[in-house]
Design a protein around this ligand. Structure first.
Ligand SMILES: N[C@@H]1[C@@H](O)[C@H](O)[C@@H](COP(=O)(O)O)O[C@@H]1O
Length: 261
């Protein structure tokens, strides 16, 4: 696991965008895994800027979302489909019909989950998965206690996650759905490169468990310690509980070239 502590979230986002830019240069039809939440938004802004400036094209790519709420009305602005359309797809040149997500309005949710797994496999798997992390250590919507081998399925959200996400529902926790469809931990682990961003002190405990804790389903992000290619971008506040923080900062200073993680 490579851990990079930057001075600001914006600098982390630029570095993450460098990794994605390098991927699309090498592989124009690359498959990107996209995440909702505030953590990746600056990455999407930077990708959009680069596409606009002619420095990057994702036009031959595909993207797969991590998760979706169950039962939110088709036109609800907080459906992750709409969030990704607004935060990511609208900014880049990747055609909207090549951005896929699990169908939280399907009549048969289990079948929709299985179909989504098939779709990812048929696309050749995810080349680079962008991730955030919840304050309780969840990745996508794999809450504490999730099987570390899980595949895309229906999950119940914890009270903590619903409280965290109430800010997107005018502060009304009762408006936050109780269920979601989410890629499983095992599905995420199949991605060839995982790039996780975390910012702010509220993430410091989850980041500590992710990087330094024992691998446990109680902190699902910790399973990334078993993945051969993970890059974690942190701001100083998110890194503040790492025992190895000064080591990571020193290592970053000695690094001559950020390209080619
Ligand atoms: N399902 C998403 C996760 O994919 C995301 O990582 C998490 C953290 O969001 P933020 O980046 O806004 O802190 O929020 C949601 O629960």
């Amino acid at each position: 696991m490579e851990v990079i502590v930057s001075d600001t979230p914006q600098e982390s986002a630029r570095l993450a965008a460098d990794v994605i830019t390098a991927l699309y240069r090498d592989k124009p039809d690359a498959v990107l895994g996209v995440a909702t939440g505030s953590s990746p938004v600056w990455v999407y802004d930077e990708l959009g800027r680069r596409v606009g400036a002619g420095e990057l094209t994702m036009a031959a790519g595909q993207a797969f979302m991590l998760d979706e709420y169950v039962g939110l009305a088709a036109d609800h602005p907080q459906r992750y489909r709409h969030v990704i359309d607004r935060d990511f797809t609208a900014k880049v040149d990747l055609p909207a019909d090549r951005v896929h997500g699990p169908d939280g309005l399907a009549d048969d949710l289990a079948a929709a989950c299985a179909a989504y797994e098939d779709q990812i496999r048929e696309a050749g798997g995810v080349d680079l998965q962008l991730l955030g992390i919840g304050t309780d250590g969840h990745i996508a919507f794999n809450e504490p206690g999730s099987s570390l081998a899980s595949r895309t399925r229906i999950k119940t959200l914890t009270a903590q996650t619903r409280a965290d996400n109430a800010r997107f529902f005018d502060g009304d926790v009762d408006a936050v759905p109780r269920h979601c469809l989410t890629q499983g931990v095992g599905t995420i682990m199949d991605a060839r490169h995982i790039v996780l961003l975390a910012n702010g002190r509220a993430k410091a405990e989850a980041v500590h468990h992710l990087v330094e804790g024992p691998v446990t389903a109680m902190w699902p992000g910790s399973v990334l310690q078993f993945h051969p290619h993970v890059t974690v971008f942190l701001d100083p506040a998110a890194a503040s509980r790492l025992q190895l923080a000064s080591y990571f900062v020193e290592a970053a200073r000695g690094k001559p070239d950020w390209q080619g993680f």
